[in-house]
Design a protein around this ligand. Structure first.
Ligand code: PGA
Length: 255
């Protein structure tokens, strides 16, 4: 019922030529995939070149951030329609690095998501607790607050186009993946909040897990009932590695 969506978040890695080398090596490995949606989120400078290289392939393009304004005197910012112009279908908003390093708030994320919908794009909205919040037993309270704030401006009629990403901050770039039990517990909670907010349409919203996803742990995560995809940083930078992730095959028993 929910088509899996696996996205590569390249963060601040890869020049245009490095990005194109990735696409050249990656596309032949995923051409036959039909059941899953594959998304690449290069840095802004490589969006157009990667979009062109992807051409009519099955792989879609995403930005890593966006400005909530449609145009104007906002030095250094990129508007949703500029992303649409270079072929983006998605943009990541509210990534924990944006929240922690650049002061992004739930209200700001809500405005970005609204602006993306208005320009015909789909947001990938990230939420997740820090280690301190988890250890203090505040995980659900934090996720609930982030969801309520970040999704406040999602048009009801477009709810199904939304993609959520649960990324526990303590699992990002640390090699410390959430256990399947933790991931499913939070994903089920996110689903329940989405149903409260959007009704039955929420059963069709895809929820990605993010945080040290690797070729060898993606199978167990994707097997979980409420995990509908992955948002992958480090392990998405190498084409062979990300190609294995988007297939999420069962790792060999004896590995
Ligand atoms: P990671 O990053 O896969 O390197 O942990 C995930 C993310 O930040 O989206």
């Amino acid at each position: 019922m929910r088509r899996p969506i696996l996205a590569a978040n390249w963060k601040m890695y890869k020049t245009v030529s490095e990005a194109l080398a990735f696409v050249e090596a990656f596309l032949p490995r995923v051409r036959d995939l039909e059941e899953v949606e594959v998304v690449l989120a290069p840095p802004f400078t490589a969006l157009e070149a990667v979009g062109d290289a992807l051409g009519g392939s099955v792989v879609k393009l995403a930005a890593q951030n966006v400005c909530a304004e449609s145009e104007g005197a906002y030095t250094g910012e990129i508007a949703p329609r500029m992303l649409a112009d270079v072929g983006c279908s998605y943009a990541i908003v509210g990534h924990s690095e944006r929240r922690q390093l650049y002061g992004e708030t739930d209200e700001g994320v809500a405005r970005k998501a609204e602006a993306l919908f208005a320009a015909g794009l789909r947001p990938i909205v990230c939420v997740g607790e820090t280690l301190a919040e988890r250890e203090a037993g505040r995980t659900f309270e934090v996720i609930e607050r982030q969801l309520a704030g970040s999704l406040a401006r999602v048009p009801e009629a477009r709810a199904e186009e939304l993609v959520l990403a649960y990324e526990p901050v303590w699992a990002i770039g640390t090699g410390r993946t959430a256990t399947p039990e933790i991931a499913q517990e939070v994903h089920a909670f996110v689903r329940e909040r989405l149903v409260k907010r959007f009704g039955e349409a929420a059963r069709r919203i895809r929820i990605q897990y993010g945080g040290s996803v690797k070729p060898d742990n993606v199978y167990a995560l994707m097997a979980l009932q409420d995990v509908d995809g992955a948002l992958v940083g480090g392990a998405s930078l190498d084409p062979a590695s990300f190609a294995r992730i988007v297939r999420f095959e069962r790792p060999e028993e004896n590995r």
